[in-house]
Design a protein around this ligand. Structure first.
Ligand SMILES: *Cc1c(COP(=O)(O)O)cnc(C)c1O
Length: 393
């Protein structure tokens, strides 16, 4: 019987240290959280700029809801496209310096919708092996041929592009800042490969947006790309999410207006789903303004990153940080049980740092994923590094 079989599979997960549990949060997200009744200093939120509880975002939602209510009522194409959604799209495009943007309900939905609108059976997707699960799911759903390359291995990618001769269209699909490692992909390099081998580039900047770039515009600004260059606009499809550094919810795709026009017609996860409550669009407009103007949030975050790296340099227990200039800092532990034990040790000292295990990361690379936020203080970092330093199995 299937029920009995599922029960066995779950107990197997427990034996392998792969069982997942949802902790109960009784506070807002942030640096100080109450989980299962206990207070913790948290390093688990993707609210990288500390905006999720910002009073201006809260009041934007309150005012909007008081005037327009809560539910959007229908999908964007059937009467649910509120002026607030529309203004958000215009402000996103202006911020990024790209011609147009289209607001999706989540990053998962955006990736599924965009890739499946563009890509079909006769196309080939070139996929970094560490891409986010939502990009992988989108790729599988597209029925295109999948060509996976080792993480950030540009030579292998080039070899695959060079020898692929049957494809109708070729697409390189990549995270920009890798969600479990924190490293930044070389976008100029990927664009050059697209130009050379007539491919297109689909980027997912979930962890770069808000964190990178002088006004938080993300990875494209980080590499100082000229986004008025038609050569780039011909190749680039840029996806960002708004539930992380932006502190709210949602996602978008941005780029040349031909892409956007086509997605409105053909992206099924845009068309066949209820529009996001427009109050969230109101909060997001506020959030964009804060990301652009409150540059101290990013400067402080960068200082915290530097402090963490210094604090976790050369650990005696053999654990080590992956190289990362972003708010995602991965402390590689190795075994699943070791990662869980370290996470439990920190928890005992009121530090909340999640252990990330396979299949989210490769086997043997279980880790602590330390998420930093502009809301952390220097002494928070010091407390964390001190307890990690003194831990031995
Ligand atoms: C979080 C994340 C997503 C999913 O975005 P949601 O808005 O949470 O659905 C997509 N891609 C990457 C790289 C992510 O980290």
């Amino acid at each position: 019987m299937l029920r009995e079989h599922l029960k066995q599979r779950v107990s197997l997960l427990k034996e392998e240290g792969l069982y997942r549990q949802r902790a109960l949060l009784d506070s807002s997200t942030g640096v100080e959280v109450q989980i299962d009744g206990t207070l913790y200093l948290s390093f688990s939120s993707n609210d990288y700029l500390g905006l999720a509880n910002h009073p201006e975002l809260i009041s934007a939602v309150q005012q909007h809801v008081a005037q327009y209510g809560v539910g959007a009522g229908s999908s964007h194409l059937v009467g649910g496209h509120h002026r607030e959604h529309h203004l958000l799209e215009e402000e996103l495009a202006a911020w990024l310096g790209l011609p147009r943007a289209l607001f999706f309900s989540t990053g998962y939905m955006a990736n599924i919708g965009v890739i499946n609108a563009l890509v079909g059976r006769n196309d080939v997707l070139f996929i970094d092996k560490l891409n986010h699960a939502s990009l992988n799911d989108a790729a599988v759903l597209s029925r295109a041929k999948l060509s996976r390359y080792q993480h950030a291995d540009y030579d292998q990618l080039e070899e695959q592009l060079r020898t692929e001769t049957q494809a109708r269209y070729k697409f390189i699909v990549s995270d920009t800042v890798f969600s479990m490692d924190g490293d930044i992909i070389d976008i100029p390099k990927l664009l050059a490969l697209c130009e050379q081998y007539d491919a297109y580039l689909i980027l997912d900047d979930a962890h770069g947006l808000g964190v990178l770039g002088p006004e938080g515009q993300g990875c494209l600004a980080h590499f100082q790309l000229d986004l008025t260059d038609e050569k780039i606009l011909n190749r680039l499809i840029y996806i960002g999410t708004l539930g992380k550094a932006a502190g709210v919810f949602g996602a978008f795709v941005a780029g040349a207006s031909e892409w956007i026009e086509y997605f409105i017609q053909r992206a099924r996860t845009y068309i066949y789903t209820t529009a996001t409550p427009s109050a969230l669009a109101a909060a997001l407009r506020k959030s964009i303004h804060l990301m652009r103007t409150e540059t101290w949030r990013r400067s402080h975050l960068y200082q915290l990153i530097a402090r963490l790296k210094k604090g976790l340099h050369r650990l005696e227990n053999g654990y080590f940080l992956l190289p990362s200039e972003t708010a995602v800092q991965a402390l590689i532990v190795g075994g699943n049980h070791a990662a869980l034990t370290l996470s439990a040790h920190l928890k005992k000292h009121h530090l909340w740092v999640p252990a990330i295990r396979p299949p989210t990361v490769p086997k043997g690379q279980a880790r602590l994923r330390i998420s930093l936020s502009a809301a952390h203080r220097f002494e928070d970092i010091d407390r964390l590094t001190q307890f990690i330093r003194q831990f031995h199995l």
